[in-house]
Design a protein around this ligand. Structure first.
Ligand code: HPA
Length: 270
């Protein structure tokens, strides 16, 4: 992997991706943040050596380098999911690349179902901690110790200072921002009623199919990390309706302006 990383980084340096300070992974519900960036360079995932190729059709699949609120940022427009058949090493490969390019902070967004029924669809949740239910680890491979500590510390995977800032920004802008535990499942099927009950018992406030592998690798690389979920559906096992993906995506889009405000205001302070 070390040789692959060097090759990918060389390619991106050649493209002018120089010294980004902040990495951003745009999940469902934050795609429009791209319109706020002064874009300096772009690279399609399928042109970047050793990158997994994009498959999920509603993601554009490119790496963007530019200026946001005066800061040099590198943005992943579209992410890789375990459920698409990639390994967790592939899913998290771009995080390793962004770190090698120079980022010190990683900001992540996603769409998630609300397990905590005090949280409503369309609202946002700051991830305060997580539960990895993907049955695997992005660090479980031969040679991981050459890239960082094998037994990576996960006692505080989300940066407390950034989370405090997010909360004060939300307050100042009248944005409802819950705080809670995100559980990551493999997907792509949604959960059964029994699984939603289980997730609640386990202590999850929200459930989704991404983010945790990226956060684990970011911690492996000792980056500062923070993540926000847009809650797109309410996972009430006693009133569960058939899933409607169009509605889920629509709900994510509805919350997008709030998510964009949070991210932009936060970046100003970094
Ligand atoms: N479960 C898993 N992933 C999700 C959900 C859900 O209910 N909603 C949005 N992403």
């Amino acid at each position: 992997m070390i040789k692959d990383i060097a090759e990918t980084v060389d390619y991106l340096h050649g493209k002018g991706f120089e010294n980004p300070e902040i990495g951003i992974i745009l999940g469902t519900g934050l795609g429009q943040l791209v319109n706020e960036i002064e874009i300096l360079k772009e690279a399609s995932y399928n042109h970047i050596p050793n990158f997994p190729t994009a498959t999920v059709e509603f993601h554009k699949g490119k790496l963007i380098y530019g200026i946001l609120e005066g800061k040099k940022v590198i943005v992943m427009q579209g992410r890789f999911h375990f459920y698409e058949g990639y390994s967790l090493q592939d899913v998290t490969y771009p995080v390793r690349i962004m770190e090698k390019l120079g980022i010190k902070t990683l900001l992540v967004s996603n769409a998630a179902g609300a397990i905590n029924l005090n949280f409503k669809k369309g609202e946002l949740m700051l991830i305060e901690d997580h539960i990895n239910l993907q049955g695997n680890s992005p660090l479980a491979f031969k040679g991981v110790e050459h890239l960082g500590e094998r037994f990576a510390d996960m006692s505080a995977p989300y940066d407390a200072d950034i989370n405090l800032k997010f909360k004060s920004i939300a307050k100042a802008n009248d944005i409802k921002l819950h705080e809670g535990v995100y559980a990551s499942v493999v997907g792509p099927q949604l959960e059964t009623r029994a699984e939603y009950r289980m997730l609640k018992i386990l202590g999850a406030d929200a459930v989704g199919m991404s983010t945790v592998p990226e956060i684990i690798v970011a911690n492996h690389l000792k980056l500062k990390v923070a993540a926000v979920s847009v809650l797109t559906d309410e996972c009430d096992p006693d009133n569960l309706k058939p899933v409607n993906i169009t509605e889920i995506i629509g709900m994510a889009e509805k919350a997008e302006p709030d998510m964009i405000t949070l991210f932009k205001e936060l970046i100003k302070t970094l």
